[in-house]
Design a protein around this ligand. Structure first.
Ligand SMILES: [Zn+2]
Length: 120
């Protein structure tokens, strides 16, 4: 991959990383304030558990994404960015444009998703 392109994707990844960290922080804060304000009766309790589960689900997704972004930055440093880690084919740049932290080419990704090996 050309140097300019690599710089471009590096900037996009760093931007994503910053946003993910901020949103993770916010969600942890929300979850904490929910803990403090949780009510005593059963209806409140159910609502609380429901909200908390939803929140934690989002935190999990963001945390997973953050890990993928960090791995992509490592691949940029190691000069293996934009190469499918499964079949070692080049990942389509249009796909990278859409998902800068993509690890797999489109074919491998749909295969792995079908077999349930990956979530993202
Ligand atoms: Zn592949």
């Amino acid at each position: 991959m050309e140097k300019d392109k690599k710089e471009y994707f590096r900037n996009r990844l760093l931007e994503m990383k910053k946003k993910l960290i901020n949103s993770l922080k916010e969600k942890y804060e929300d979850a904490k304030s929910l803990d403090e304000s949780s009510g005593k009766d059963l209806a409140d309790e159910a609502y609380y558990l429901y909200t908390k589960t939803l929140m934690l689900g989002k935190v999990e997704t963001d945390a997973l994404k953050l890990r993928l972004v960090e791995q992509a930055l490592q691949r940029l440093d190691a000069d293996t960015y934009g190469v499918c880690i499964e079949c070692e084919d080049k990942i389509d740049e249009k796909r990278l444009e859409y998902v800068p932290f993509a690890r797999y080419c489109t074919e491998c990704k749909s295969e792995l998703e079908k077999s349930g090996k990956i979530k993202m």
